[in-house]
Design a protein around this ligand. Structure first.
Ligand code: SF4
Length: 195
């Protein structure tokens, strides 16, 4: 049994790596034209919790890793404050390539990237809980109209459990929402106890 679990873990990690290579060369939507490096997502392939944000920003586009810019540094401080280890998570975005000037990704871009990559990443990681950060992720995965209508509780859909929270980047244009981000991750920490 232990050997089977190990093989499964190795196979899943291999498939995640293979998909990352495909994403780095992907030309399936218009966002490929302006990106420097696609950002497939990274973290623990055995994560109980998967974090899904909106799109890579400038520093992510330069490094190929998710949440390493200003919003990522705020996320790290919130995780630390909540007692959540980033190494225990798998972190990615709805779209894997940076939109020009950090504009909101368009429906075609979101639909293309999610159907080609994100749904399979979720199946491979098979997290017990998915945290959606921001309106783009919440709308695409759950069809919710606003963050406020969905945050603060576990939502079940198609056999998976979700939390919805503010994207950490909100603090850079609404400082008062920084506390809401902390509340969202405090709730995640609380829910982690039950997983
Ligand atoms: S955003 Fe997704 S679908 Fe579009 S080019 Fe990048 S990896 Fe491909």
């Amino acid at each position: 049994m232990l050997a089977l679990v190990f093989v499964d873990k190795v196979e899943r990690a291999k498939r995640i790596d293979e998909m990352a290579e495909v994403i780095r060369g992907c030309l399936k939507c218009p966002l490929h034209a302006s990106r420097h490096i696609a950002v497939p997502g990274d973290g623990n392939v055995n994560a109980k919790v998967m974090i899904i944000g909106e799109a890579p920003g400038r520093e992510e586009d330069e490094t190929g890793h998710p949440f390493v810019g200003a919003a990522g540094r705020f996320l790290d401080s919130v995780l630390e404050g909540s007692g959540i280890n980033r190494d225990d998570l798998f972190i990615t975005n709805v779209v894997k390539c940076r939109p020009p000037q950090n504009r909101t990704p368009r429906k075609l871009e979101v639909d293309t990237c999610v159907s080609n990559y994100l749904f399979e990443q979720i199946e491979l990681i098979n997290p017990k809980l998915i945290m959606l950060l921001g309106a783009v992720a919440a709308k695409k995965l759950l069809g919710v109209a606003t963050i406020n209508s969905a945050r603060g509780r576990v939502i079940e859909k198609d056999g998976r459990k979700y939390l919805v929270g503010y994207h950490p980047a909100v603090r850079f244009y609404r400082e008062d929402l920084a506390e809401k981000v902390r509340e969202d991750f405090a709730l995640l920490r609380q829910k982690l106890e039950d997983l």
